[in-house]
Write a protein that binds this ligand. Sequence first.
Ligand code: HEM
Ligand SMILES: *[C@@H]1O[C@H](CO)[C@@H](O)[C@H](O)[C@H]1NC(C)=O
Ligand SMILES: *[C@@H]1O[C@H](CO)[C@@H](O)[C@H](O)[C@H]1NC(C)=O
Ligand SMILES: *[C@@H]1O[C@H](CO)[C@@H](O)[C@H](O)[C@H]1NC(C)=O
Length: 503
Amino acid sequence: MMWTIVLLLLLLLFLFVSTRSRSKNEPPLDKGWIPWLGHAIEFAKDAAKFLTRMKMKHGDIFTVRVAGHYVTVLLDPNSYDAVLQDSVSLDFSRYAQVLMQRIFSVQLPNHDPAAQRAWMQQYFQGESLAHLSYVMQRNVLSLLSSPEILQNPTDWKRDGLFSFCYGLLFRAGYLTLFGREHSCNSSELTAVYEEFRKFDGLLSKIARSTLKRDEKKMACVLRERLWDLLSPAQRCGTAEPGSWQQNYRQHLRDEGADEETQRRAMLLQLWTTQCNAGPAAFWFLGFLLTNPEALRAVKEEIDSLSLHAGCQQRLPLDQLQHTPVLDSALNETLRLTAAVTITREVLQDKTLRMADGQEYRLRRGDRVCLFPYLSPQMDPEVHHKPEKFKYDRFLNMDGTEKKDFFKHGRRLKYYTMPWGAGKNICVGRHFAVSIIKQFVLTVLTCMDLELCDPNAAMPPVNTSRYGFGMLQPNGELEIRYRLKRLNPTSWGSEGSSCSNTAL
Ligand code: HEM
Ligand SMILES: *[C@@H]1O[C@H](CO)[C@@H](O)[C@H](O)[C@H]1NC(C)=O
Ligand SMILES: *[C@@H]1O[C@H](CO)[C@@H](O)[C@H](O)[C@H]1NC(C)=O
Ligand SMILES: *[C@@H]1O[C@H](CO)[C@@H](O)[C@H](O)[C@H]1NC(C)=O
């Protein structure tokens, strides 16, 4: 009896504390009817659907309660700069660190996000970018000609397009950034990939703390297993000096991170660098295969590049930079399937001025969230028939890049934002574009790859991943493929399987 009363009192107190009302000049407040949780369940199930509903109800800015937090969602791209440009009242790294701890169990000491960014930038831009892209391409080609992918190069092989793309780009990316010469053992590579895919499957639940008990256990086991697989002690050979992952370790040591932290941080980096490119390549190839007109246009452009030098040849990167059709088709792919939420923590009360002149007060301790997927990317006011894949959406009539998109009569600075924007824009975007283009080009020129069912449609998206970068499909697109019958000696001469893969 006593306990029931205490519990009831606590509950009342809790409800009282968690009650908040809208003050003057604050965005519309929608708490949902479930105490504390608020809209968390609906949000997690399908964030795009939920936010669309809220937008219909409240407009371009509103505050919702999600698992005890108050999140102000801003959906007017003309006003995004008010959030992106303010690094005094709004903070990026705190929430990022909360997620880092929750997902990867890693806490970097003396972490300086700006320094880390600058460090990363050296690797993924300029000269080192060209080198990395080259190594990546070599790895893709040697994997494609390896026995795990193709027992007999002239036989058709069946697979799902998603697992084909993710599997290849993950392995090649892993070898490029984490692998070392002569040390690679293909069963190790497969183990890393398989464990990673399982971990990736749980990721959105880990991030939202919605794991069931057995899933929680599994997440821990997977994390441990991946830490082991990624740690140098477990891996054959010595680290290649000068490799990306070696340098990253050194960077961590300079920041004062101990061995254990370094070990754990590897998984964080594996995820950051490998989780988006594979799914992006899947959507890209999938849209091309299911849109014959787009495929034809892309192939025409590729033919005009005259790259017939053979498939194990290094692709001339400079030529790959003048491919407006391929670029537009890739940008269109990302418009439809990149769904990041950009989150900032409000450090001090702030007045947010919208493009239309309206001002809203943001409360300290809340979070602000942009969801560019809804607007501009899928906004019918910005893009005509936004749910349709139009490979030339980003091209003018004369074949040059189209940059004029409007909302409410105002020309948009941000009309698609797959990489985020502002100070925290994706560091790896140039690398990502380069490897996805290379990959698609390689597949289209060196392989016969087709849908098993010529009338197959793209699978729907897995709605639980809205907010976590590239979307993933619910289901597969069945394909069959084989290497083109080119000069037989042009395959595999770079060494079989995964040797010769050092940076
Ligand atoms: C299609 C592929 C990719 C997409 C759509 C993508 C998207 C993004 C986005 C939206 C962010 C910003 C997150 C935020 O503002 O909270 C980001 C950050 C980042 N991305 Fe990517 N990314 C891709 C591929 C890659 C690749 C291949 C690499 C590296 C090899 C990479 C490295 C990074 C890093 C290091 C950051 C953190 C930047 C920082 O801390 O400021 N990304 N990515
Ligand atoms: C590859 O590595 C695994 C352990 O990671 C080991 O069990 C296996 O024997 C190795 N295979 C070869 C061919 O070296
Ligand atoms: C969708 O994604 C969630 C979380 O990543 C995962 O648990 C679920 O199995 C996925 N559904 C399908 C059908 O792949
Ligand atoms: C595609 O997007 C990239 C930025 O990711 C941009 O640099 C490029 O000019 C765009 N190209 C086209 C044709 O839209």
